[in-house]
Design a protein around this ligand. Sequence first.
Ligand SMILES: [Zn+2]
Length: 326
Amino acid sequence: MFKRLFNELTLVFDLSPHGAPLLIKSGRESGADPTLLDMNFVRTIHPRTGKLTVFLPGSSLKGTLRSYCEKIARTVRPDGGREWCCNPFDLDAHSPTAFCGRRLEEETSAAARYAGSCVICRTFGNTRMGSHVALTDAYPQGELQLEQRNGVAIDRISGAVAAGPFNLEVVTRGTFRATLTLRNFQLWQVGLLTVALRDLGQGRVPIGFGKSKGFGRMTVTYRQLEVAYPGRFAFRSDGHDFSAELVDLVAFDFPCRAEYRLCPADPVSLPLPTDEREVVEDGTFGRVAVRWTNAEAIETILKSTAGHWRVCALGEWPPQGEESDE
Ligand SMILES: [Zn+2]
């Protein structure tokens, strides 16, 4: 099924330190190099400017979101067990909390791997199944304020650190722009990610180094949301208006669908606000897409999926799926 793309949601958002320093460690220690601090912010070449810049690696944002989503899942259903939310660090296949990737290692059917995976693996993937979520590296928008923290006196003449265990390079002000893409999704997955992003934006999900020191608390600002349906030459088809509906994966037809045991979705689509929407692609090239850049409209769309997450969280797991009519 996942060789084909049915629906795609792309969310662009800004992350800014919220009254707390931010440090994503580069893993590069000063060693013998006196120009480097003990802990430096991770840097890379900016793909547009070609210059060295600090950035937030997509992999660390995804890791943070994944582990926070695990926390949400275990909180709403504390006794859900490994089928509901596995422990990615538990590699004992027979353990009651075994990682789905380990538990499904011998499973040869893609549908059975999906059906047997927990809510988190169905969203973020595992060693036996690709992720439905992707996050790009987040680059600074405009100027950042970089500071040195906990840096005890540096001897100005010798350049050596006079005393103190660490000095850290932190970002205290500025904005990083991230892009999250969710493909072949169910509406409950949008709901789950919406809860995680809300909490991230309220400083409840610190990122990077020094969480216990209060580092890494962020604000989130939604910039753009695009909803796309690849492979369509018109907005109106298969009984849907794809310019005005957020359609759950369960609404699409694909081989062996019943075996995937998707969560039931009622309704199978949610209305999208039609004011302020911008048509990005009208199907001329076999893809339709609409976009919003108004933060309030984006928030309304994301929040509308809350009911689907609630049904998933309170409903039967693993889902019984639909009756196969094949
Ligand atoms: Zn899992």
